[in-house]
Design a protein around this ligand. Structure first.
Ligand code: FPP
Length: 250
C-alpha cells in the first residue's frame, strides 16, 4: 500500500466507531474477469488473484471486530459458466479451505459453508467439515463461505424443511423461517458490499439482507483491500438506519 493510502487507512482506523460496527458484512466479490482482461490475462488468473485477496480482508475484518463475514464465492447460477471456469473456481475454493485452515484457526476465526451442500463435490464438503469442526469453539469472526448459494434457493430449502417438519400455516412467522435458513444462528446482514461497479445484489442473502445497507464500489475485487473495507464501514457508520421508523424516534 502506498504512503497516501496507508495514511488514509490510519485516519479511517482512528475514526472507526467500535460501538457501531456492522456485525455481519456480506461481500459480492465481483470483477475478477475484468481485472484480468485489462491486464491481458485469462479469467482464471483473475480468480486466482481474487482468491489471494480473501485472506487479508478476512484477517483485517477479524482484527477490527467484525463478527460475521459472508463471501459470495460461487452462486447457484455460476454453474452456467464454461465448465473449465467452474472447475477452476472449485479448485481455488478447495485449495483456499485447505491452505488457510491453520492460519484462520490461529487467528480465532470460525468457518462454515453456506449453500446447497448436496450438489457440491464430496471432497469440498469433507474439507469444509474439517475446518468447521476444528474452529467451532473459536471466539473470533465467523467466516461464511457461500458456495452453490442462492438467496431464493435458501428460502425454498427452508420452506421444504418447514413442511417436512410438519408445521401448520398458523405456525409460519418470520422467526420460524429464519430458524430454517442454512445457518440459523447467523444474524441479519448489516452491510452488503459489491465490488466492480455493478449495482445489484444478485440473489445474495435475500432474507437476511432485507435491511442491509448497500455499498457499491467501482474497485474490482482483486484490488479490494483493508482501506477499501474501512471506506465501506465508514459509509455504513454515517448512514441512519431507521428500520421503518422516523429519525426522531431513534
Ligand atoms: C465474480 O467475478 C466472481 C466470482 C463469480 C467468483 C468469486 C471467486 C473468488 C473471489 C475466488 C475464489 C474464492 C475463494 C474464497 C477462494 P466475475 O468473474 O464475474 O468478474 P467479471 O464480472 O469482471 O467477469
Amino acid at each position: 500500500m502506498d504512503t497516501n493510502r496507508e495514511k488514509l487507512k490510519n485516519e479511517l482506523l482512528d475514526r472507526l466507531d467500535q460501538e457501531n460496527m456492522p456485525a455481519h458484512i456480506g461481500i459480492i466479490m465481483d470483477g475478477n474477469g475484468r481485472w484480468a482482461k485489462s491486464r491481458g490475462k485469462t479469467r482464471i488468473h483473475g480468480h486466482q488473484e481474487g482468491a489471494r485477496r480473501v485472506k487479508g480482508v478476512v484477517r483485517f475484518a477479524n482484527d477490527i471486530g467484525v463478527r460475521h463475514i459472508s463471501l459470495y464465492a460461487f452462486s447457484v447460477e455460476n454453474w452456467a459458466r464454461p465448465s473449465f471456469e467452474v472447475s477452476a473456481l472449485m479448485r481455488l475454493i478447495r485449495a483456499y479451505i485447505i491452505r488457510e485452515r491453520n492460519a484462520l484457526h490461529a487467528e480465532g476465526v470460525k468457518f462454515r459453508l453456506l449453500g446447497r451442500m448436496e450438489e457440491l463435490a464430496p471432497e469440498i464438503i469433507k474439507q469444509a467439515n474439517i475446518s468447521t469442526e476444528l474452529m467451532k469453539n473459536n471466539p473470533g469472526l465467523s467466516l461464511n463461505l457461500c458456495i452453490n448459494y442462492g438467496g431464493r434457493a435458501e428460502i425454498v430449502d427452508a420452506v421444504k424443511k418447514i413442511i417436512a417438519a410438519g408445521h401448520k400455516p398458523q405456525d409460519i412467522s418470520e422467526e420460524l423461517i429464519s430458524s430454517y435458513l442454512y445457518c440459523p444462528e447467523l444474524p441479519d446482514v448489516d452491510l452488503m458490499i459489491r465490488t466492480s461497479g455493478e449495482m445489484r445484489t444478485s440473489n445474495f442473502h435475500l432474507w437476511r439482507g432485507a435491511y442491509a445497507e448497500l455499498y457499491f464500489t467501482p474497485v474490482l475485487w482483486p484490488d479490494f483491500d483493508e482501506l477499501e473495507l474501512l471506506k465501506a464501514i465508514e459509509t455504513y457508520q454515517n448512514r441512519e438506519r431507521r428500520f421503518g421508523k422516523i429519525s426522531e424516534q431513534l
